[in-house]
Design a protein around this ligand. Structure first.
Ligand code: FAD
Length: 469
């Protein structure tokens, strides 16, 4: 259905003309996503300022069968937040729902609106001597609602869990305009089906998250960060076991040498922390709620034992905050660095941790057999079994010809992931990018149940169609 001028005026009257964008220049930043894989068209971007306005928009949309695409910080990597190419879907941006409603320090939780930027919440929590532990390289732009809708992961999942585990309660505007008030602060509430969990990871297909109650943790009193060189993924896994046993482990990232080489070559100011060149590196972070000595002491004894056992070849310890940040920046800049090395076909996968070395071996052989000379920029959150298995084009190959094989390559890699009982989406979600792939690997019964749940919440199919299921 084409959006008539009358309907545009009706939607605009809910939020006020200033917050109903129809001018192409004003809408431009809402129409494409970070990887530039999807470019949408839309007649209208709405920016409501309250839960009541979100609910009123949905009610009108439901009555008029207008499709709504929820959008947070627009940093999603699977195209879930972009409108399609037909120009009839309305984008609903949550950016004005940006209030932190309340810090509950006794309850160790915070009530926050969906449009609060993740980094803003992390800073506000620190001002209250608390930690909100979710951290992604996109923290300066992504929003709490988007983090919840995509069940974001990031670098601290090992210690604190992903967004699902950090959420106590949700307020959600439903497609028919009703508001589900589930802003519970309870850790224990066994009163039936957990509706909250249905919305976390639902990628805007069931309703719009307008606010949430999120858990807080003690602010660490000490942090220690090391960069270690290891011979193989198997050795990295052994180090993970040793580091876990030592306690205080809050981050454990695996990085292939070629990813580092790209970062040092293409990202100004980057340098290798070690002179030792190894096939793989590990970035490990230890935090202590007691003291700096506790964090540093744990890390030093883990590294010393690992060196004696032959698990690591070498290690550098960050001696101050600037160096800690520089080590993390090497890891976080890896995706950007890759862009300068040509086209890359990406996979965000998870595997049972113990099978990661075997997966890496099998996938490398298969991918190289498909396109000889590809460069495997494998990195990720090893502690969570989550790899970003990024395949960069061979030197000299035509970029477009390489990227044209995206689907074929995904299918090959996902097939191997499936053999190892892994998941084709660890933390980015399904969106538009992996919708077809999902049908190959999800149990048909599970897909059927998901479709039936969708029909209960959104019988008219106005919420983000064409995404996820
Ligand atoms: C540099 C970079 C690094 C990243 N690193 C990580 C990482 O380490 N871990 C990780 O998990 N992700 C990562 N991402 C992906 C992305 O940042 C996360 O998926 C993030 O949670 C998306 O939040 P957002 O606010 O940008 O949501 P958007 O991109 O705007 O939307 C994501 C999905 O959620 C839906 N949605 C948004 N807001 C709402 C709402 N209020 N209610 C209902 N549905 C909604 C959208 O429709 C869409 O389907 C990274 C992205 C970039 C660009």
């Amino acid at each position: 259905m084409t959006l008539s001028p009358t309907l545009i005026t009706q939607f605009a009257s809910i939020v006020g003309d200033k917050y109903a964008l129809t001018d192409p220049a004003a809408m431009a930043s809402h129409l494409h996503e970070p990887r530039d894989l999807y470019h949408g068209r839309s007649p209208l971007v709405l920016k409501p300022g309250s839960t009541a306005e979100v609910a009123a928009i949905l009610k009108l949309a439901n009555e008029t069968r207008t499709v709504i695409v929820p959008q947070g910080g627009n940093t999603g990597l699977v195209g879930g937040q972009t409108a399609d190419q037909f120009g009839e879907e309305v984008i609903l941006s949550l950016s004005r729902l940006n209030r932190i409603r309340e810090f509950d320090l006794d309850g160790n939780c915070v009530v926050v609106e969906a449009g609060v930027v993740l980094e803003t919440l992390a800073r506000a929590a620190a001002e209250h001597d608390r930690l909100f532990p979710l951290w992604l390289a996109s923290a300066g732009s992504c929003q709490i609602g988007g983090n919840l809708a995509s069940n974001a992961g990031g670098t601290q999942v090992l210690a604190y869990g992903n967004m699902r585990e950090l959420c106590l309660g949700l307020e959600v505007a439903l497609p028919d305009g009703q508001v589900l008030n589930g802003l519970s602060r309870l850790k224990k509430d066994n009163t039936g089906y957990d509706l909250r969990d249905l919305f976390i990871g639902s990628e805007g297909t069931l309703g719009i998250i307008t606010a949430a109650v999120l858990k807080l943790f003690p602010q660490p009193k000490g942090r220690a960060v090391a960069w270690a060189a290891v011979e193989s993924a198997q050795q990295a896994l052994a180090l993970l076991g040793q580091a876990r046993a030592g306690g205080n482990l809050t981050g454990f990232e695996l990085v292939a040498h070629i990813g580092m080489a790209f970062t040092v070559e293409y990202m100004p100011g980057s340098r290798m922390p070690l002179e030792t060149i190894a096939p793989w590196y590990v970035l490990a972070e230890f935090s202590s709620s007691r003291s700096q000595e506790d964090a540093s002491g744990t890390m030093t004894s883990v590294l010393e034992a690992a060196f004696k056992a032959g698990t690591i070849l070498d290690a550098a310890i960050a001696s101050n905050k600037a160096q800690e940040d520089a080590f993390w920046a090497l890891r976080e800049n890896m995706s950007d660095a890759q862009k300068h090395a040509g086209g890359s076909i990406k996979h965000d996968i998870s595997l049972p941790v113990a099978s990661i070395p075997a997966f890496i071996g099998k996938a490398a052989a298969a991918v190289n057999a498909m396109i000889p000379g590809v460069r495997l920029v494998t990195f990720g959150h090893l502690g969570d079994g989550n790899l970003h298995y990024n395949v960069t084009q061979p030197v000299g190959m035509d970029k477009a010809a390489f990227l044209a094989r995206w689907g074929e390559m995904n299918h090959l890699v996902h097939g191997i992931v499936h053999e190892f009982n892994g998941s084709i989406s660890a933390e980015h979600g399904i969106g538009r990018l992996k919708r077809a792939e999902l049908t190959h690997y999800k149990q048909p019964l599970a897909l059927d149940l998901m479709r039936r749940i969708k029909a209960v919440f959104d019988p008219n199919g106005i919420m983000n169609p064409g995404k996820l299921i």
